[in-house]
Structures are given as structure tokens and as C-alpha cells.
Design a protein around this ligand. Structure first.
Ligand code: NA7
Length: 540
């Protein structure tokens, strides 16, 4: 069905899903199979979410492929990624594979960006407005817009004056952009920055990295998945997926059931070394359970990371900038990226590190970047400057609830949700990976399935009971907000200006956007809500 036909339809859907990434596709399949009339609307031209929209050089997932897929055995039995941490193109191919099994594309309107959503109190229905005109009606709406769909470009003087190609990593040209032999500047050293920097360093005539905060990046320990590994992994797969449901971050590992001080110094070093050798995010969310709670424990972890990292960097000045003696913030309160040779590239002749704290950017001009001390001429400028993450994906849609109340406005003075999935004043609206849910602390597909599964059960319950409206109560969302902030206060998370805290976006309220007590704690609360007949919601 084309967009125009959709625009013309006066039929009301049971459920409209916005976004066709892991969460949107899971819900589409699940709800469709329950006999509900459901369609998904996707701004991009194909399925895959960020894996379709983002295509910068070096793009790769920081979750191991074995858990970066759906847990449905009929899917994983016949699928293997070629590497332990698959590249973006391979994740995109995975979506094609899933569609091949389930035929999801036929129920998706592509190139349909939802810019507005209006709730009609009289009919208990939502009307979704498309950017290019047209609308759709639905009883219930689920926003599956991901945590990183609204790119952030800082207001740097003269940005528009640069004569060469200049791209945010999330808006990389479809036709590609050759980096070989070019003078490249990358602003930003988050996950996207680290990946694009590693790629650019291979062939750039010169690469200049503009760093504001060092990335406490962890060794990826990439390896090929030979067919044998693939088979061996499959034998483990069922129990692995079960394990992810009980893990803090929805991964194949979880925080250890002991605090840092419970081990002797020798055992602690051996434990760190084991995690280090294993590679991946286990060093972070599979470490001692007081890592993001205790300053002392955190400092010990940092010291191990710092010493290992500095040993890889030849120039002591660069070593101090990339892995300072004293941490700029506690380890792991900003997302550590996975790296393959990130620190070694600063030993290359064609790579320069600019510390923006010492020599800030004065302005961008036609030929490159003028810092406080020098002019750096560039052919290509890469803005790896991140996203208005988590809530930004939701508030970028003009969502109007009861009495015309706007979601953006109602969150302006602090986020209020029930279970990070719904908000008072916005009946019949749910969001996956929303603020105050595990979102950014959770492996994407795991949370997509678990939150999605909960939502599907909720919507089926409403259908069975012939209920046409639900709404989170103000009391429930105040309680959830309090709980999230109280749990956050026990951690070190507010000690960095991270996107977890909304602190990367000028003017955004600085408060934790992620439920900080981990997936099992969150799921227990969701279960409790359902068992109590969906407490915290009014149903009618
Ligand atoms: P991130 O992790 O938000 O990284 C953005 C980077 O851009 C980070 O290093 C910022 O420095 C830097 N930045 C932002 N604004 C500026 C200005 N004005 N000047 C210099 N540097 C700046 O985004 P990513 O795309 O890398 O990762 C996004 C996540 O989304 C990824 O981890 C996945 O989980 C999904 P800062 O650290 O703020 O000093």
C-alpha cells in the first residue's frame, strides 16, 4: 500500500507503530499475530532503524552479535553474523533476513515521517500527521523511535562557511564519501567518533581529532565467527537469551554479585584482567557491582583501564590527553565505546589530537577549523557530536494529548512517565526505550522484546476486556519519577555531563533519563503492574 492510499484511508487502525527498527518490527509481528489491525510508519525508505539510517564509515554494533538479534529460535537457528561484533551493513542484512521470514514490509508505510500526533478525547483515537501531508487514525499508538534518532549539531561559529563536505555521522551521504587521501577533521569522540576515527585513520592523508572529553573506550576483541564458532554458539544460544533476561544490561553478562573490596588486591587484578581479556562491555556492566556506585571502586577500575591504555600510546602528551592520570569523570558514567585500534592510531604520523579544553575552536571557516592557536585546513569535516538522545526522539514529534497538552512542554521541567512507557495526559500512547526505562543501559533487541512483549500483552488485555482507553495516572508517574531519581542519586551517574543526563543538549533539563537499577529490577516492576490489573493506569 502506498503512502497516498494510506493517507486516504478513513479506517481506524487498532494500533499504529512509529518506527521500523528492532522494537517496531517486533511489535508489528507480535500484534499482527494476535489478530490486531496494525501498521507501522517509518520515516526512512526501509526497515532497520538506525542500521538503515546510519551509514558512516566504520559503523558497527557494540553488543556481541549473538545477543544482537531476536531470541526467536526460528530466526537464530538459521542466522550467523560473520564477526563477533557485526558491522552496520551486516545488521542491516539481518533485518532483510527477518523480513524474509515474516514479511513485515507489507505492513509498513515507508518514507512516512510522523511529525504530529493528536489525541481526540471524544473518540479515544489518535490522528498521526505525516510530514508530506496525509494522516492515519489509530486507537493506540506505540512510538518505537529509538534512543538516537534526533542528531545534535552544536552551534559552532562559521559551520555553514566550510567549503568541503561536512556531515553529521547520522546523516552520511547515501552515495558514500571517499576518505582516502583527504584531510579529515572529526569533532567528537563518542561511540560514533571512535568508529569513524578508526576508519578514517587508515587512509586519510591527515586526520585531526577534536576531543573535548576522552573516551574510556574498551577493547572490542573482534574476531571472525567461523562456521564452527557459529554452530557452537547456536548450541549456547537458548540459554544465552534466557540469561539476558536476568542481566543488568540485557547482555550475556551481568554485574558480579560482589563489591570491589570483597576481593583481595591480587584477586581483583585477576578479575579485571579476565574481563579485559574477554573484551567488550563486560568490563563495564559485568564488573563488580559497585562500579557505578562507589567512588573508590570506580577509581580502582579506572586505574586499571588507564594503565593498560597508556601503555598503548607512544607520545606521553597524547597519553595524558587520552587516558589522563586523574579521570575527568568516573568510569562508565558516560558510555564507554568498544575500540579495535583506537589508541594506537594516535601513534601514526597522519593523526593529530587536538584537546579542545586547551585549544578551543574559535570558528569554522571556508578552509577548515581555526582553534585558539592555529588554523587546521580540512577537506572533509565529520560531526560525530551525538544526539538529543532518548526523550529527544519522542519530543521531536508534536504530540498533543488531552486538552491539547504537548508532550514536549509537559517534560520541559522534568520527565514524568509511568514505567518509562506512558505519560499522564497522553492516553493510549506507549513508547519503547523511553526516558526512565532501561533504554540506554540495555542491549537494544533485549529491551525491544521485553518492553514490546509487555506492551503487546497489555494491548491484548484491553482488547479482551473491550476497553478502549488507558491512561497513566499522575500519582503513578510521580512515584516512578521519584523512584528513578532516588535510585540515580545512589550512583555516580550525575558526575558527568553525559547524554544519559540530558546534559549534552543546551537547555535540556539535567536529570537522569535512564532507569538506573537494571533490567531485572525494571521487569519486576512491570510484572507487578500487570499482576495488579495494570496498576498506575486508569482503564475505561
Ligand atoms: P555521543 O556519545 O553523544 O558523542 C558525542 C561526542 O561529541 C562527544 O565526544 C562530545 O563531547 C562531542 N561533542 C558534542 N558537542 C561538542 C562540541 N560543541 N564541541 C566538541 N565536541 C562536542 O554520540 P555518539 O553518536 O558517539 O554515540 C551515540 C550513542 O547513541 C551511542 O553510544 C549508541 O548507544 C547510540 P563530550 O563528551 O560531550 O565532551
Amino acid at each position: 500500500m502506498g503512502q497516498q492510499e494510506a493517507a486516504d484511508t478513513s479506517e481506524c487502525l487498532d494500533i499504529a507503530i512509529v518506527g521500523a527498527g528492532f522494537a517496531g518490527l517486533f511489535l508489528l509481528q507480535r500484534l499482527r499475530s494476535r489478530g490486531l489491525r496494525v501498521r507501522a510508519f517509518e520515516a526512512e525508505s526501509d526497515i532497520g532503524g538506525v542500521w538503515h539510517a546510519q551509514r558512516y564509515p566504520g559503523i558497527r554494533v557494540d553488543s556481541a552479535g549473538i545477543v544482537y538479534q531476536y531470541s526467536d529460535p526460528s530466526l537464530w537457528r538459521d542466522w550467523s553474523y560473520s564477526q563477533r561484533y557485526p558491522a552496520g551493513a551486516e545488521v542491516k542484512a539481518y533485518f532483510d533476513y527477518v523480513d524474509g521470514k515474516y514479511g513485515l514490509r507489507r505492513d509498513i508505510e515507508f518514507n512516512t515521517r510522523i511529525v504530529a500526533a493528536r489525541f481526540d478525547d471524544a473518540t479515544n483515537r489518535w490522528s498521526l500527521g505525516f510530514r508530506d501531508g496525509g494522516a492515519a487514525q489509530a486507537r493506540f499508538v506505540i512510538l518505537c523511535t529509538g534512543i538516537a534518532s534526533k542528531p545534535y549539531i552544536p552551534a559552532i561559529d562559521g559551520l555553514e562557511d566550510f567549503a568541503g563536505p561536512s556531515h553529521h555521522t547520522a546523516r552520511w551521504p547515501k552515495e558514500g564519501l571517499g576518505l582516502a587521501g583527504k584531510r579529515i577533521g572529526v569533532i567528537g569522540t563518542g561511540a560514533s567518533g571512535v568508529q569513524v576515527i578508526q576508519e578514517a585513520a587508515k587512509t586519510a592523508s591527515h586526520l585531526t581529532v577534536f576531543q573535548r572529553t576522552p573516551n574510556m573506550a574498551l577493547p572490542m576483541r573482534q574476531e571472525p565467527n567461523t562456521s564452527l564458532d557459529g554452530e557452537a554458539q547456536k548450541k549456547r544460544a537458548a540459554s544465552l537469551f534466557a540469561k539476558t533476561r536476568h542481566a543488568f544490561g540485557g547482555f550475556e553478562f551481568t554485574f558480579q554479585p560482589k563489591a570491589t573490596c570483597e576481593d583481595s588486591e591480587a584477586d581483583r587484578q585477576a578479575n579485571y584482567q579476565r574481563l579485559w581479556d574477554e573484551g567488550g562491555l563486560a568490563w563495564w556492566l559485568g564488573n563488580y557491582n559497585d562500579l557505578i556506585v562507589s567512588e573508590r571502586a570506580n577509581r580502582a577500575t579506572y586505574a586499571f583501564w588507564r594503565d593498560k591504555t597508556r601503555a598503548r600510546i607512544d607520545n606521553p602528551v597524547n597519553a595524558e590527553k587520552l587516558a589522563p592520570k586523574d579521570p575527568p569523570h568516573p568510569f562508565g558514567v558516560k558510555r564507554p565505546s568498544l575500540e579495535q585500534n583506537y589508541f594506537e592510531i594516535f601513534n601514526q604520523q597522519n593523526v593529530t589530537l587536538v584537546d579542545l579544553n586547551e585549544t578551543p575552536i574559535e570558528r569554522i571557516n571556508r578552509s577548515g577549523i581555526r582553534t585558539s592557536t592555529t588554523q587546521i585546513d580540512l577537506d572533509i569535516l565529520v560531526l560525530a557530536t551525538g544526539f538529543d538522545a532518548i526523550s529527544g526522539s519522542l519530543t521531536s514529534i508534536d504530540v498533543a494529548g488531552t486538552g491539547g497538552k504537548r508532550l514536549k512542554q509537559s517534560w520541559a521541567s522534568g520527565i514524568r512517565t509511568h514505567l518509562g512507557m506512558a505519560a499522564a495526559g497522553f492516553p493510549n500512547l506507549l513508547f519503547v526505550s523511553g526516558p526512565q526505562s532501561p533504554s540506554a543501559f540495555c542491549n537494544g533487541p533485549t529491551c525491544a522484546e521485553l518492553q514490546g512483549g509487555w506492551m503487546a500483552a497489555f494491548l491484548c488485555h484491553l482488547k479482551e476486556k473491550c476497553l478502549r482507553r488507558f491512561e497513566a495516572t499522575t500519582e503513578a508517574q510521580e512515584a516512578w519519577r521519584k523512584r528513578t531519581l532516588r535510585l540515580a542519586a545512589r550512583t555516580l551517574l550525575d558526575k558527568a555531563d553525559s547524554w544519559y543526563m540530558g546534559a549534552n543538549i543546551p537547555g535540556k533539563t539535567r536529570e537522569l533519563q535512564v532507569y538506573p537499577a537494571g533490567l531485572p529490577s525494571y521487569l519486576a516492576k512491570c510484572r507487578e503492574c500487570a499482576e495488579q490489573g495494570y496498576s498506575g493506569f486508569t482503564l475505561s
